[in-house]
Design a protein around this ligand. Structure first.
Ligand code: FAD
Length: 411
């Protein structure tokens, strides 16, 4: 076989003009609508619906959903770019993207029937409704396979009982993608679960905020409780027993948003450290001229560039309809570690001033810590990567895949 052929398609690393427009729109939104009062909101632990409303108004909540469902019709790389710019503003805005767009909307787009997509996606894309994700329970985090929330079939509905904890937007989301046990007797644990879209207005639902968080203080995190909630069977995503697979698909999408968002934290660290390094002098010399400070700046640049390559590749794989569980785990793991290191170094560069909230870097440090834990801790991603490499983990084809981009008529 010839090494080169006229039919071969060159690898293309260029972002399109449309991607650049998406970045410009998202950057302006974050800098104008989020950054001005974020220090105050973070200090006061103030989360409310106002950020969601602003994001909805700007069309951000419909990014990368098909025009058929009132979305922006942009590709999946655009979703990553928006997450990067949102997190450059504040992690709380990117968390909205993660739970609404990544974990909720993309999963409905992948697993929903034609009727379900038509029923839910237009309101979600327009931001009339906000979606969230309920997997974690008080005794099931990394080992999500051991969850206890139970949905028992009763005629043409299910009766849902249980609780979920550490749920982002618990107090504001209109609907939740909830994973619950439906078939406890199934042979494989992964087949005991099903996935449901749960409307918070259903009788038996309640939520409670979690207080005292280290980071993401301008964002809402809480517990949600289900008490004898009657969920129509038509709200079940996929088949009975598909719940674990659906949760893992949701995490493929959520991890993509976290990985791309982490690059935004690194960029924000550079935004803060560059002017500080060239304006602060020690011993009569700008600290930016000191090699050990330059080392930290260079590491941030390295993290940003590697991070973009990793998430652009995952976005491209989504566009092509390729399974990317391995690649998105690597991107999430690498980028979140690099973002945390960048934020830690950003404090170092600011010296004592980095240790107070006069500068934003202490917020980046606190915010970046959470992402090393959620959507798979760094230990879990370490194991996942080793297992793929050693052949202990192999992905089987899924019965439903995310639509390729450009979206077709039948999306
Ligand atoms: C800010 C925030 C927002 C969140 N939002 C959501 C949300 O919207 N929806 C949702 O469902 N969940 C959410 N979570 C929950 C999050 O996904 C879990 O915290 C995460 O999966 C880890 O579970 P855990 O906290 O129970 O830790 P555990 O699973 O109890 O882990 C504790 C420690 O043990 C280690 N460990 C566990 N298993 C292994 C192993 N096999 N080998 C080696 N080490 C191991 C872990 O790495 C960790 O260091 C959120 C969490 C945070 C902090």
């Amino acid at each position: 076989m010839a090494l080169r052929s006229v039919e071969s398609i060159p690898m293309d690393f260029a972002l399109s003009h449309e991607h650049e427009l998406v970045r410009e729109m998202a950057y302006k939104f974050a800098q104008q609508q989020i950054v001005p009062d974020i220090a105050e909101r973070d200090r006061e632990h103030r989360s409310d619906r106002s950020m969601l409303d602003k994001m909805a108004e700007a069309g951000i909540l419909g990014v990368s959903l098909p025009a058929k469902y009132c979305g922006s019709d942009t590709d999946y790389i655009s979703l990553g770019i928006v997450c990067e710019e949102m997190e450059r503003g504040d992690t709380s805005a990117r968390v909205v993207m993660s739970v609404h767009s990544g974990l909720h909307c993309m999963t409905v787009l992948q697993w929903g029937s034609a009727e379900q997509k038509q029923r839910w996606l237009p309101d979600l894309a327009k931001g009339n409704k906000v979606g969230a994700f309920g997997l974690t329970e008080p005794n099931a985090g990394s080992d999500a396979i051991n969850l206890k929330t139970r949905a028992v079939k009763d005629g043409d509905s299910y009766i849902l009982n249980g609780e979920k904890t550490w749920i982002s937007l618990a107090d504001y989301a209109d609907q939740f993608l909830v994973i619950a046990i439906t078939n406890p007797e199934a042979k494989a644990k992964a087949q005991t679960m099903s996935a449901f879209i749960v409307d918070r207005k259903t009788p038996g639902f309640s939520s409670r905020p979690l207080k005292g968080k280290l980071g993401v203080r301008a964002g809402n995190t809480g517990q949600i409780f289900f008490e004898d909630m009657r969920i129509p069977a038509e709200n079940r995503l996929g088949e009975e027993g598909d719940g674990f697979k659906i949760a893992m698909s949701a995490l493929d999408h959520g991890r993509y948003t976290v990985a791309s968002g982490a690059v935004g934290i690194i960029e924000a660290c550079l935004d803060a450290c560059k002017p500080y390094s060239t304006s602060r002098s020690v011993g009569g010399e700008e600290i930016g001229k000191k090699q050990l400070v330059q080392q930290m700046i260079a590491n941030m640049v390295q993290g940003r560039e590697i991070g973009r390559l990793l998430y652009y590749k995952v976005g491209w794989m989504k566009n092509m309809g390729q399974r990317h569980t391995k690649e998105v785990s690597l991107a999430k793991w690498t980028n979140c570690n690099n973002a945390f290191t960048a934020a830690n170094d950003a404090i170092e560069i600011h010296g004592a001033y980095g240790y107070c909230d006069e500068f934003p870097v202490e917020r980046y440090f606190r915010n970046s810590r959470g992402a090393v834990i959620y959507e798979g801790t760094r230990e879990i991603h370490t194991l996942v990567q080793a297992e793929y490499e050693l052949g202990y983990r192999v992905d089987k084809p899924l019965s439903r895949t995310l639509p390729t981009w450009p979206f077709g008529e039948d999306v």
